[in-house]
Design a protein around this ligand. Structure first.
Ligand code: AMP
Length: 290
């Protein structure tokens, strides 16, 4: 490993990170932020790298946001690896890490939530009711605490990125959103902090998600346009990988996220499936060659 550039400064107070960013911008520097829940992997680090390439200062936030987890989900056991995360960020040119406590970000009787936009209503919105309400609320709070020029998000959470883009536009939040490509393991599995939950057998089964997406993409490229048939092929691919429970596997419009009947030009194949007790999501952009 190359020697550390510099261990980022850890800031836990909202006012302190806000002042730091405002001061940097006042002196003419361009500031990028990368909001995360920690347990950093190469997918997160690619966002950090995109920010360090395009901005003078990069701030990474690490906050496991309780309001976006549903009762019974993995909030308590979500991996928290702050020391390892800081060591990884020390290899990159990160100015500061904003790592607030829950009490710092949410007041004791917090009761204000932001109603998510229409693009949040399907898919994750159906299968994790309330999830996007928590995401949108924390994103607005984080964007207030970190008033940067740019925010870097991952395509891995495609619907979340669309939701955040819509919120920023409709609530006039002065920040530019940049969505960066999904980083995958060498066999294609999308990197995710939740992959740490998988045992060896489940890790093999998890490949069913990306294989289903690639099956749909390959069929489209070979001329198949009927979404029902593409869905059937995705479903059988999941089943062939031993995945018996999936929430959805289909093709949607890239902006509205409405399910398509036919693929006319561009589409996004999306999937959410349960592997053991772990729920995984993935997606792939599918373009029709003309
Ligand atoms: P999370 O820590 O899961 O909330 O993710 C923080 C950010 O990293 C989000 O914008 C995610 O979309 C992004 N991200 C997560 N996994 C990946 C990946 N495999 N490739 C690219 N971005 C990712």
């Amino acid at each position: 490993m190359p020697p550390p550039l510099q261990t980022p400064t850890v800031v836990t107070q909202r006012a302190a990170i806000r002042d730091r960013i405002i001061e940097a911008r006042r002196s003419g520097l361009r500031v990028g932020i990368v909001p995360t829940m920690g347990a950093l992997h190469a997918g997160h680090l690619s966002l950090v790298q995109a920010s360090t390439e395009q901005c003078d200062r990069t701030v990474v936030s690490i906050f496991v946001n309780p309001t976006q987890f549903l009762p019974g989900e993995d909030y308590q056991r979500y991996p928290r690896t702050i020391d390892g995360d800081l060591a990884k960020l020390a290899q990159l040119d990160v100015d500061a890490v904003f790592a607030p406590t829950v009490q710092e970000l949410y007041r004791p009787q917090h009761s204000t939530f932001v109603e998510p936009p229409t693009v949040a209503s399907g898919w994750e919105g159906v299968h994790r009711p309330g999830h996007f309400r928590g995401v949108v609320t924390v994103v607005v709070k984080l964007f207030h605490a970190m008033p940067a020029d740019l925010a870097f998000l991952g395509q891995k959470d495609y619907q979340q990125a669309r939701v955040v883009e819509q919120v920023v536009e409709e609530l006039d939040i002065p920040i530019q959103i940049q969505v960066c490509p999904t980083v995958r393991e060498s066999d294609g599995l999308a990197m995710s902090s939740r992959n740490a939950y998988l045992n060896a057998n489940q890790r093999r089964q998890a490949l069913g998600l990306v294989t289903a997406l690639r099956t749909a993409r390959d069929l489209v490229q070979r001329g198949q346009r009927e979404v029902q048939l593409l869905k059937d092929a995705m479903h059988s691919t999941l089943e062939q990988h031993g995945i018996r429970r999936f929430d959805y596997a289909t093709l949607v419009h890239p902006l509205t996220m409405d399910e398509l009947q036919r693929v006319e030009d561009s589409a996004v194949a999306i999937v959410a499936a349960h592997v053991g007790n772990t729920r995984l999501i993935d997606n792939l952009c599918v373009d029709v060659d003309r």
